[in-house]
Design a binder for this molecule. Structure first.
Ligand code: NAP
Ligand code: MG
Length: 496
């Protein structure tokens, strides 16, 4: 019998009210069951939200530096347990150990940053236009926050929403992805041990259409912070927006890595391989489009083919492996369907395009895949594949490169390789993306800088760093008048 894992509500580990569970398996070996997890419904979500609501007044009043100490304790535990946590992520999610280590490290760095924020969380103090009057702003929590996360960064994603939400004084209910509930349970075990008070952080595992939707629709939720697909993000924006809840959405990307004719080709190839294939391409910032100047395209494609031939697909716990399995059977079919779409559209399949399940214990493995001679309007160049497939689009010169790079509805991350400083600066300014990299691939953001996208990737918010503090707080503007008399703003102010 596999182990059964519980929800964490109001400081207690509890089963779902229906008693129903769902099974989580290892994507490298789907026969290996990792555990049974609670299939939470509206009732469980309601109980969790009520706990968060009860815990809110005290947590809000707890001084932010004290909240920071608890987060710092949790962060120290993440550091101590990093190897075992990473191993658990690899078993649950399938990415190679080095990627899982990154996932935990992202949570650690976020914890370190946000713990320190307990002693900053700056407001503004500005001169008033009236004498004997102080004017300032302070940051206050939003309230009860619902956090909904995807499976591709199962530790980092919940952590980099939870830590800022908590440091700002919010209480939270987290619904992690159904494919990675175990990593979320591990994180909550740590939060509990670190001394997060009962009700402040609650975990309900389950399915998006059940637990997720109930969270979004609940009248006592003040804010939803969501990372995931655009389809689900749009639904959340509609329903939560109608209730005037705060909604922060981080969605997909179709990120372009642009290689101009004067680029360091070797570096560009190395970058494209890392950006395109790490985590088997299951990254919102993956370098899924390689936009190459025709003059150097044969060299770039040749280098990519050579690089791909050296990528090892297989057991993600083996340090020699570069590419583990995809997350589930549905995702494997989806990624393969894009190979068929690309072929039907007339792009040239240079390497890959194969399901490798039969060779590899029935795991959801897919061969690293390269399309060449794609045009920008093809579906493989427009839609997020979220797998180890990269698509080369050949262009004539700088202007076409930028216009192709910008020619999608997404706007998360973009990269440009060039040695020409002026062209680099033009590109950095003209690329329509929330993150732009020069001479580096589209992945590699750091926790103390804002993260997020323009156009249909997001709805105007940024996560991470100081932006996360903005996201998880309301601003209160305060005027302190010690003049002893009525002073009328805009009326009594002296003017020239
Ligand atoms: P998803 O299907 O949108 O799921 C994301 C989360 O939303 C999961 O927890 C999911 O639950 C839940 N959900 C599904 N339907 C819901 C509903 N109707 N109401 C409320 N919640 C619902 O995305 P995914 O396939 O897990 O993740 C891949 C996507 O995430 C990609 O598009 C990727 O680009 C994006 N992503 C973006 C970023 C970023 O920061 N921009 C980072 C990482 C990933 P279930 O697990 O039960 O479906
Ligand atoms: Mg699984």
């Amino acid at each position: 019998m596999p182990d059964t894992y519980l929800n964490s509500i109001d400081g207690k580990w509890v089963p779902s009210s229906s008693g129903e569970t769902f099974r989580n398996t290892n994507p490298s070996r789907p026969d290996e069951v990792l555990g049974e997890f609670q299939r939470s419904g509206p009732e469980d979500v309601d109980v969790a939200i009520q706990a968060a609501k009860r815990a809110y007044p005290d947590w809000r009043k707890t001084p932010a530096p004290l909240r920071g100490e608890i987060i710092a304790r949790a962060t120290r535990m993440l550091i101590e347990r990093k190897p075992e946590l990473a191993e658990g992520i690899t078993r649950e999610m399938g990415k190679v150990l080095v990627d899982s280590g990154y996932d935990v490290q992202g949570a650690i760095t976020s914890g370190e940053y946000m713990a320190g924020e307990g002693r900053r969380m700056f407001g503004d103090t500005v001169p008033s236009g009236l004498p004997s009057r102080m004017a300032m702003t302070v940051r206050e929590p939003v309230g009860v926050v619902g956090i909904i996360t995807p499976w591709n960064l199962p530790m980092l994603m919940p952590a980099w929403k939870l830590f800022p939400a908590l440091i700002c004084g919010n209480t939270v209910v987290v619904k992690p992805a159904e494919d990675t509930p175990m990593t979320a349970v591990r994180l909550f075990e740590i939060l509990e041990e670190a001394g997060v008070p009962p009700g402040v952080a609650n975990l309900v595992t389950g399915f998006g259409a059940e637990a997720g939707q109930s969270l979004v629709g609940h009248p006592d939720i003040d804010m939803i912070s969501f990372t995931g697909s655009q389809t689900v993000g749009r639904q959340i924006a509609k329903s939560a927006g109608a209730e005037l809840k705060h909604v922060s959405l981080e969605m997909g990307g179709k990120n372009a890595l642009v290689v101009l004719d004067d680029a360091d080709i070797k570096e560009a190839i190395t970058g494209a391989l890392w950006g395109g294939f790490s985590t088997a391409g299951q990254r919102c910032t993956a370098s899924s489009r390689i936009v190459v100047d025709r003059k150097v395209a044969d060299d770039v494609v040749g280098g990519l083919v050579e690089g791909i031939s050296g990528l090892v697909v297989g057991d993600p716990t083996d340090p020699a492996t570069n590419i583990g399995p995809l997350i589930n059977a549905k995702q494997l079919d989806r990624v393969h369907s894009y190979t068929e779409i690309g072929l039907a559209e007339g792009a040239e399949l240079v390497v890959g395009g194969l399901k490798l399940q039969d060779e590899l214990d029935g795991g959801y493995f897919y061969s690293p895949t390269l399309f060449d001679h794609a045009s920008s309007d093809m579906r493989i160049a427009q839609e997020e594949i979220f797998g180890p497939t990269i698509t080369v689009i050949r262009v004539d010169g700088y202007d076409e490169a930028i216009s192709v790079a910008n020619g999608t509805r997404y706007g998360l991350s973009a990269a440009v390789y060039t040695r020409d400083t002026a062209r680099a600066l033009h590109a950095v300014s003209e690329l329509e993306a929330g993150l732009v990299y020069l001479n580096a691939p589209t992945i590699g953001s750091e926790i103390h800088l804002p993260f997020g996208g323009v156009k249909d990737t997001g709805n105007g918010h940024r996560e991470s760093g100081p932006s996360a503090i903005e996201q998880f707080t309301e601003t209160k503007t305060i005027f302190l008048d010690y003049s002893g008399t009525l002073q009328r703003a805009h009326i009594d102010e002296p003017s020239g």
